[in-house]
Structure formats: C-alpha cells, structure tokens
Write a protein that binds this ligand. Structure first.
Ligand code: TXA
Ligand code: MG
Length: 340
C-alpha cells in the first residue's frame, strides 16, 4: 500500500472522511500527538488499527468526538460531573472513561465494559470527525512500544506502507498524550497524567482525584492494570534510557565518569554547552510545557543519531511535569539513578 501525506486542507479532510467511511485507517493530527484513526462503530475498521500498530488486542482505544451530540455513541450513564469537565476542558487534551455504549465496536473496548472518549482541540481532527459523522477510535500513531509521533514525518516513518493517508496538521502543540481520567469507579481516578493536571481536575470536580499507582510504579507480576496500556513497555527508543535524579553538577560529574562511544546526554535546553558529550535536548529546565512538546521528538532523535545509552535529566513532578516524568520513567523502563 502506498502512503500519501497531505496538508490537512478541505480537500484532504473530505478524502480522509471518505476513506474512514470505507473502513480504512488514516493518520490524523491532534493537539497532543498524531492519532491512527478508524470508524469507532466498525469492528473491521478498528481491527485494522491493531494490525497497523502491532498493538496487543487487550489494550482499548480512545474514541474521538467532534461535539457532545456524539457522546451517546461512545458512552452511557454520563454523570453531571462529566459534563462539567467537558465544559471546562473540551475541546482539549482530557480523556474520560465511562460505561460503554452498546453500538461502539467491541474491539475499541478490548473486552472491557467501559469506553474512553475525548473531544480533540486540533481543528483538523474535529473537521475529520465531523466530515465522517462518526466517532473515530484513535491510539497514538506509532508502532506499538515506540515513542508517540508529534509530526506527520514521525507517523510516516512508522506507518509507511501500512495506511493509505496521513493528514499533516503541523507539529503537535502539547506533545504528550491526553490526561486519562476514569469516572467509571467509586471515585475519580487519574490513569495517565497529561497537560490537564490533577489539580485542575480537582478544582473543577470539587473533590479529590486519586492517582493510579501505575502512574509512578511498575506493575507487580500478576497484577491487573486499571488501564491496560500501562502494563506494556512504552515510549521506548532503541537507546537505553537512564534517568539521573539530582542537581546539574552531579549529573555532569556522572556523565563525565561514564563517557563512552554512543553515550548521549538527554538534557534540558541550554545545558548542552556545559557538557562534553553528544547531547539531545528536550526543553528548558523551567518549562514543563516545552519539555512535553519536545520529549518524544528528542527520543526519536536519539535513535536517528544511533545512541546506545542516553542519560536523561529528571523532570519535576508538579503539574504538567508529572506527565513528562511519567513518559520518561517508562521510556527508561523505571531505571532511575540518584546522583548528588
Ligand atoms: O492524546 C491522546 O490520548 C492520543 C491522541 C491520538 O488522542 N491517543 C492516545 O491513545 O494516546 P493510546 O491508545 O496510545 O492510549 C490510550 C490509553 C491506553 O493506555 C489505554 O489502555 C487507555 O488509554 N484506555 C483506553 N480506554 C480505556 C478504558 N476503557 N479503560 C482503561 N483504560 C483505557
Ligand atoms: Mg500510545
């Protein structure tokens, strides 16, 4: 199959909608990361997403809607607090989990009785959903296990020959995947941190939001994940990532001591001047938003440059930085070294 990349203008959006309604998979831009979209109401279309990504069958997909009118096609028993969250954060990078609607394709839910839904902030994403007239199931458009794609070129490098069309909507503004909040249990539970922070959610909900232990810890053997995606190795480039937790001076000293061929520093922008090894940067130390926007492209660049090992500077854990920390921790397979 030949894969075409097209700027997301009116014609391309109509073509994408035609392909989607014919049961094909299309790469689409969103404000978080690029998605691999298919008609969420069609079993055969959704199965093609799993095939294109090499995604495990038990990992459910997020359905994307363009307006609240589409919500009943994805979920049911929507509580009042979900509408408050929608009012505050949609369109935008928040995914909500609720009991699933019957008409949703079973493959979207991967055997669960819940479904996840969000209204993306990127206008091209909403235009495609609207033109197709159905909710679109879309995971991140990377091969399963690789860093999520934040440009159409990233999508092409993973999906070339596997899907017919990629819409180019520019580089993603947020850069990490949406915040995932479950409202399907007794209390709101944060399954994946993102640009919308736990503090923001608590403010809108007027109650505490619990943090799933899987956000910061590896699953123990035999444990079942609240969010199946969290049990898989994720966001990992080919290079071995090791997080160094501690001040810049200690980081520098550690790297000097461990210098070797194809060993890289994955540091904050500006710090590369002080380091005597090859460096890839991921945003300024004082800007978690910039770190989020640049992290996945930095991980991909390490592979392009043939890095064997990369020692990463450790992000904070407050606010948006929690999302960056969560992704890096997984890219590093939880390898953290304290330096001082
Ligand atoms: O920003 C995003 O959310 C991007 C863009 C394309 O919208 N999508 C994305 O999808 O990151 P994906 O499939 O890469 O991640 C979805 C995560 C997975 O960890 C999955 O296990 C979890 O959400 N998830 C989806 N539905 C769920 C459900 N019903 N219950 C628990 N977890 C669910
Ligand atoms: Mg993903």
């Amino acid at each position: 199959m030949q894969t075409i990349v097209q700027r997301a203008d009116g014609d391309a959006i109509r073509q994408a909608a035609r392909l989607l309604l014919a049961g094909e998979v299309v790469g689409i831009p969103t404000e978080t990361v690029y998605g691999l979209a298919a008609n969420a109401l069609s079993e055969t279309a959704v199965r093609k997403i799993f095939a294109a990504k090499g995604r495990p069958q038990d990992n459910p997909l997020i359905s994307h809607i363009a307006s609240l009118d589409m919500l009943p096609m994805v979920v049911r028993d929507v509580p009042e607090c979900a509408y408050r969250l929608a009012e505050a954060f949609w369109p935008g990078p928040l995914t909500i989990i609720l009991p699933r609607a019957r008409q949703l394709a079973d493959a979207v839910c991967a055997g669960l009785d819940t479904a996840s839904v969000r209204m993306p902030g990127h206008p091209a994403a909403r235009a495609v959903i609207e033109a197709a007239g159905v909710p679109l199931a879309a995971p991140s458009a990377n091969l399963s296990g690789s860093p999520s794609p934040t440009t159409s070129a990233d999508v092409l490098s993973d999906m070339d020959g596997r899907i017919p069309l990629i819409l180019d909507g520019g580089a993603c503004g947020v850069g990490v995947e949406s915040t995932v909040l479950s409202l399907a249990g007794d209390e709101p539970l944060l399954l994946r941190p993102g640009y919308i922070t736990a503090e923001q959610l608590e403010q809108t909900l007027g109650c505490r939001v619990a943090l799933s232990p899987a956000v910061l810890n590896p699953l123990k053997q035999g444990e079942t994940a609240a969010s199946p995606g969290m049990k898989y190795k994720h966001y990992a480039p080919k290079a071995e990532i090791i997080l160094l937790k501690g001040p810049l001076a200690a980081y520098k000293a550690y790297i000097t001591e461990h210098r070797a061929e194809r060993v890289y520093a994955l540091c904050f922008s500006g710090e590369e001047k002080a380091l005597d090894c090859p460096c890839v940067t991921y945003g300024r130390a004082d800007s978690p938003e910039e770190q989020a926007r640049e992290l996945f492209s930095a991980l991909r660049e390490l592979d392009t440059r043939g890095a064997r090992v990369a020692y990463a500077r450790c992000p904070e854990r407050q606010g948006v930085a929690m999302a960056v920390y969560n992704r890096l921790l997984r890219a590093a397979a939880f390898r953290v070294v304290e330096v001082s």
